[in-house]
Design a protein around this ligand. Structure first.
Ligand code: NAG
Ligand code: NAG
Ligand code: NAG
Ligand code: NAG
Ligand code: NAG
Ligand code: NAG
Ligand code: NAG
Ligand code: NAG
Length: 459
């Protein structure tokens, strides 16, 4: 991270700052932009995971199975208490393995698994953990969580098992599904909060009540080989949601849900995504940012190698009017789009409320965003859309080697107050990025863009 910051600071010194306007930041040169990277194999992450798994070295490990605390595992009996007791034990001894045995299904209610724990805990989920399916029975004290883990240090989650949220009735009672339902929040299946040096790998998450996996206020988290699956029309079932976290890696994940495959929100920096298979869903998004006039800061985000199939968006940055702060130093590269409705999109007019959003002069500033080697098919003619604020325009948007086509049709780029440049082959043409007329003085100019049409409320 420091290197990235230093890099940009140097650029500020080296490169002429264009004019004296508040919103114009320095101009990046193509070569310089490409050399910027989120560090591969961050030392802190490597250190945290430099220890063997219990299956390869079970000798020194202390197995604490939910079965030995009375869990039944028939999918019907309530095993919540057994899980809680198992946690208390496993968390209190060094080199423990919290074990959910293979071949059985454990019904567990909303539970907080709190740390800090003794050294080198492994949470090994080989069997299935299933949530009660009836919203009416949900613990009213924990409306937003199901399996919530906090204050963990150097813990590994693994085991090849399944975590299934039994979300059907939650989706039916969502106001997204039926407008006469009240809008209320549903639980996140798996939450990792206030933690450091945690690895989550080789697990399946399915049919969550709302978001599948949320990582918040954490550092040095590595997520790999997750399979996340929910129906395309299940409301707000984001795959992985990251907020207020730094140094997060998400790799080799296959995600198909009813919302964003991966969403990245306020307070996230230095995050890398690699080898992501996304679809169905709403794509890979930064945002939404700046809701209710809030300040958001997101920096140094890289997506490298992804395939998006039949998603509503491809790679996206979305922010509300009235927000402040910034999203910058973002790179999306080596992405294949298959029939994606909005393959490349920046939307500073994101509005997802029942009433229309008022135009405001402040916005979350979006700059230094690179899209490189992105190809495939667009479902709509507007393959690239940069709908930026008149008063806080997007700057330093860089496109390189883009080829987005539409079956039996042509594609185009829409810009409003987006400034940047392109090189290599760029189809559709992105001439409109060269427009530099947005200085905040013409408030009527933003007319013409259409706001995202599907409904989306949370976040
Ligand atoms: C736990 O789940 C069971 C089965 O769905 C339910 O009957 C019970 O009320 C739940 N308990 C709490 C505290 O949520
Ligand atoms: C929506 O909910 C209302 C009230 O609960 C119900 O009467 C109606 O049948 C529902 N509509 C659909 C399409 O499910
Ligand atoms: C945004 O993130 C910062 C940094 O973590 C945090 O202090 C702030 O409260 C967050 N703002 C909102 C609106 O969540
Ligand atoms: C955001 O700020 C605008 C302009 O000051 C104000 O009209 C609006 O009520 C604010 N919205 C919220 C949710 O605070
Ligand atoms: C461009 O991206 C595709 C994935 O869509 C990848 O297969 C290819 O190797 C990339 N090309 C370069 C030059 O990196
Ligand atoms: C494109 O055109 C071909 C040949 O006319 C036709 O078979 C195909 O269905 C069309 N595809 C779409 C998406 O319109
Ligand atoms: C503002 O933008 C509108 C729409 O593009 C244009 O018609 C008008 O002439 C512009 N006004 C100024 C002062 O530039
Ligand atoms: C907001 O601004 C856009 C473009 O300047 C305009 O088309 C739209 O009507 C405005 N909306 C409201 C609610 O003022």
């Amino acid at each position: 991270m420091e290197r990235t910051d230093l890099f940009f600071s140097l650029l500020v010194l080296l490169v002429t700052v264009h004019g004296a306007q508040e919103h114009t930041d320095h101009i990046l040169m193509p070569g310089e932009f490409e050399s910027w990277n989120v560090e591969e194999g961050d030392e802190m992450v490597e250190e945290a995971f430099d220890f063997p798994t219990w299956t390869s070295e079970s000798g020194g490990r202390f197995l604490v199975s939910v079965d030995s605390f009375g869990a039944v595992g028939d999918g019907i009996s309530d095993d919540t208490q057994a899980f809680r007791s198992t946690w208390d034990k496993a968390c209190s001894i060094d080199r423990a393995v919290f074990l959910v045995p293979e071949g059985r299904s454990y019904l567990v209610n909303a539970t907080r698994f709190k740390g800090p724990c003794a050294d080198r805990l492994i949470v090994h989920i080989a069997g299935t953990i299933v949530a009660p399916g009836e919203p009416k029975d949900w613990d009213p004290k924990n409306p937003r969580i199901w399996l919530y883990f906090s204050r963990l240090n150097e813990v590994i989650f693994q085991g090849g098992g399944l975590i299934t949220g039994s979300g059907t009735k939650w989706w039916e009672s969502s106001c997204k599904t039926n407008k006469s339902n009240p809008c209320s929040q549903a639980p996140t299946a798996l939450t990792l909060d206030l933690s450091t040096g945690v690895s989550v790998r080789d697990l399946k998450l399915k049919d969550s009540q709302q978001m599948h996996f949320a990582i918040s206020r954490s550092e040095a988290v590595r997520v790999s080989n997750l399979q996340i699956e929910a129906p395309f029309d299940s409301p707000n079932t984001d795959g992985i949601h990251i907020s207020e976290s730094t140094n997060v890696v998400v790799q080799n994940c296959k995600i198909g849900t009813g919302d964003d495959c991966i969403s990245i929100s306020n307070g996230t920096s230095n995050m890398r995504m690699k080898n992501i298979d996304c679809g169905p869903g709403h794509g890979i998004s930064i945002g939404s940012l700046g809701k209710d006039n809030s300040t958001a800061i997101v920096t140094s985000i890289v997506l490298d190698t992804a395939i998006l199939r039949e998603t509503a968006n491809g790679v996206r940055i979305k922010s509300w009017q009235g927000g402040s702060g910034y999203a910058r130093a973002v790179r999306f590269e080596n992405v294949k789009m298959i029939n994606v409705a909005n393959p490349i999109i920046i939307d500073q007019f994101y509005c997802d409320s029942t009433t229309p959003c008022q135009n405001q002069t402040s916005a979350v500033k979006i700059s230094q965003v690179m899209f490189r080697n992105i190809s495939g098919t667009s479902k709509t003619p507007k393959a690239m859309k940069f709908a930026c604020s008149d008063t806080v325009p997007c700057s330093n948007i860089v496109l390189a080697n883009i080829n987005l086509e539409k079956e039996n049709g042509t594609t185009e780029t829409f810009c409003n107050c987006a400034m940047g440049f392109d090189y290599g082959t760029v189809n559709p043409s992105a001439e409109c990025l060269h427009d530099t007329t947005c200085d905040g003085s013409n408030r009527t100019k933003a007319a013409g863009w259409e706001s995202t049409t599907y409904i989306h409320t949370e976040l």
